[in-house]
Design a protein around this ligand. Structure first.
Ligand code: GCO
Length: 419
């Protein structure tokens, strides 16, 4: 009898409590400030790395999280994505900082108190120094150490989690860190890039098992960076090998997860030598294409390759021009609606990002926020795109892309996704 019960239970997927989640996405290092115990902090200070500036206090959200959550709630959102910093939780191997876990417990409580379902990412780009010094994702030991960290956090916070992402964009960790040398540890080597991807997939699986052990029963998935890849000048072969490493191998290992987090920003043109940057057409401040069509495209691709629910855990645009952001979001969300109408099982959308924050190697240059942050006073100010997003969430799409004249209906209409 017990055996049947276990078989039955293991076939069950944790399900989502809401029909549709509307949120914004953030990560610990990019907004909290003071991430001094991480590989990134050291990378920003090392001579010869491409990092343009240091993270420092970021948005001081370690101290100002209630203000941030007030803003998110005021937009009418029902979810908030954040990450827990491993380097704070376990500053040295095996040494757990209980005060840090209590802090994150207060952050999750503060989310629920405002009607925001907390979506917790366990690893978002940064490693504790002791992990990086032990070889980071090139050491097989990391699979056990990251699963142990996930277990410790889940044991403390599991009951407060709405759903969880194990690792944020493992494929970008591998690509930027081991193929392009743009992230720590600044390696450029195809074989090492592939090996790190493999280790990251093992780490993901070990973390899923750790989180499913409870307490709490919440959907667990991976947040994968996806893009619309287009072959140019005969780049078919190159495209196939890049996409296999960046997407397909990951899509194979997520089949048993509760959902897949799809993160997309753009389209990449791939020629025989790799990424082609010389193209006609509109760009974002990241240098890549303005391509809101990527949402509809990647949702369809993910739906073709997996049989699990999807959540857009990140989408947005780095731009100084907030009207460009509104246009981008309107087009991206239109694509999401079309995909949903076409039968794609998509359960949420998280705009990247609530605040203008630390954009890794590019520092504070690119502005992804719907809220700006004064770098001297830390004052938060809503941009027109914040109001636009709030109206969209409450009332659905407006007849014009700039949000003028939106169809106002009385009362909260969350989740508003059917036409
Ligand atoms: C990523 C990360 C975010 C970025 C965002 C904008 O995709 O690189 O998840 O940390 O800030 O994507 O580039």
């Amino acid at each position: 009898m017990g055996g049947y019960y276990i078989i039955f239970m293991s076939g069950l997927r944790a399900s989502f409590a809401q029909d549709f989640y509307w949120g914004t996405s953030t990560s610990a290092y990019q907004i909290e400030g003071g991430g001094s115990n991480t590989d990134w902090w050291r990378f920003e200070r090392a001579v010869g790395t491409p990092a343009v500036e240091t993270c420092g206090v970021a948005c001081d959200s370690w101290n100002r999280y209630e203000e941030d959550l007030d803003i998110a709630a005021s937009l009418g959102l029902n979810a908030f994505r954040l990450s827990v910093e491993w380097a704070r939780v376990e500053p040295h191997r095996g040494e757990i900082d209980v005060a840090v876990l209590e802090h994150y417990g207060r952050v999750l409580d503060a989310c629920w108190a405002r009607g925001l379902a907390p979506v917790v990412t366990f690893h978002h780009f940064t490693l504790p120094l002791w992990v990086a010094d032990a070889g980071g994702f090139e050491s097989p030991d990391i699979v056990n150490s990251i699963a142990h960290y996930a277990r410790v956090v889940a044991e403390a916070l599991g009951e407060k989690i709405a759903f969880a992402c194990t690792i944020n964009e493992p494929n970008i960790v591998a690509q930027m860190g081991y193929l392009y040398g743009f992230f720590p540890p600044a390696v450029t080597d195809w074989a090492r890039f592939r090996a790190v991807n493999e280790t990251l997939r093992l780490a993901h699986r070990a973390m899923v098992d750790a989180l499913r052990a409870g307490p709490g029963s919440y959907p667990v998935g991976l947040a994968l960076s996806m893009a619309q890849y287009v072959s140019v000048n005969g780049g078919d072969e190159r495209l196939a090998s890049l996409r296999r490493e960046m997407e397909d191998e990951y899509l194979k290992v997520v089949q048993d997860d509760d959902f897949l987090g799809v993160q997309c920003y753009t389209r990449h043109d791939i020629g025989p030598e790799g990424m082609v940057w010389d193209f006609e057409g509109e760009r974002t401040s990241m240098g890549y294409r303005y391509w809101p069509q990527c949402v509809e495209y990647t949702l369809h691709r993910a739906a073709q390759m997996t049989a699990i629910p999807l959540v857009v855990t990140e989408n947005g645009i780095g731009t100084e021009d907030d009207t460009q952001r509104i246009r981008y979001l309107a087009e991206a969300l239109e694509g999401l609606r079309r995909a949903r109408r076409g039968g794609v099982d998509v359960r949420g959308y998280f705009q990247w990002s609530l605040l203008d924050n630390f954009e890794w190697t590019l520092g504070y240059g690119p502005k992804f926020g719907v809220v700006s942050v004064d770098r001297n006073t830390m004052t938060r100010s809503l941009k027109p795109s914040a109001d636009w997003y709030a109206r969209y969430v409450r009332h659905g799409p407006s007849p014009t892309a700039n949000g003028e004249g939106s169809r106002r209906r009385p009362g909260p209409t969350l989740p508003e996704l059917t036409d």
